[in-house]
Design a protein around this ligand. Structure first.
Ligand SMILES: [Zn+2]
Length: 143
C-alpha cells in the first residue's frame, strides 16, 4: 500500500464503465489501486481481511469477473504460475516491466514503440482497442 486512493475517482471509473458502484467492487478496486503489483484472488482476500472487511473468495471472483468484463481490471497469467493475477487497468496502451523477484513495476515510456506499432496496425489494417503488456524482468537490485 503506497498511496491513498480517491474513492470518488473509483466510483467515477465504475460509472463510466456502466458498472454499479457496489461496496465489494469499490473495496477490491481500492485494494488493486493501492497495490503496486498485480494480485491473485487469494492476496486480495488477505488484503480485504486486513481492512477489517470480509469477502468470501467466491464473491471476490464474481467481483473480479465483473470488473474484468467492464475492462476496468485485467487478468494475467504469468508463465509457470497457475494462479491468475489481476491488476487495475492502467490506461490502455501501457507497457510495464515487472521484476520477477521483488515485483517492482516500472512503466515503460512507449512513445517510440507506439510509432512502430501504429505503422504495423496500418499495414495490417487493424483497429486496435487497447493493449496492456507486462514484460518480466529482473531489476538491478535483484540481479
Ligand atoms: Zn527486483
Amino acid at each position: 500500500m503506497n498511496h491513498t486512493v480517491n474513492m470518488d475517482e473509483l466510483v467515477k471509473k465504475l460509472r463510466a464503465a456502466k458498472v454499479r458502484a457496489t461496496l465489494p467492487r469499490l473495496l477490491i478496486l481500492r485494494i488493486l489501486s493501492e497495490s503496486n503489483q498485480a494480485m491473485t484472488a487469494y492476496e486480495i482476500e488477505k488484503a480485504v481481511a486486513e481492512l477489517n472487511s470480509t469477502l468470501f473468495l467466491t464473491s471476490i471472483y464474481t467481483v473480479l469477473r465483473s470488473l474484468e468484463q467492464a475492462n476496468i481490471i485485467q487478468r494475467y497469467h504469468k508463465p509457470g504460475e497457475r494462479q491468475a493475477v489481476f491488476s487495475i487497468g492502467t490506461q490502455s496502451g501501457s507497457v510495464i516491466c515487472e521484476c520477477i523477484k521483488c515485483k517492482k513495476r516500472i512503466e515503460v515510456d512507449q512513445r517510440e514503440l507506439d510509432q512502430n506499432l501504429q505503422q504495423f496496425y496500418q499495414q495490417q489494417q487493424l483497429n486496435v482497442k487497447s493493449y496492456n503488456l507486462i514484460i518480466q524482468v529482473e531489476c538491478k537490485e535483484c540481479t
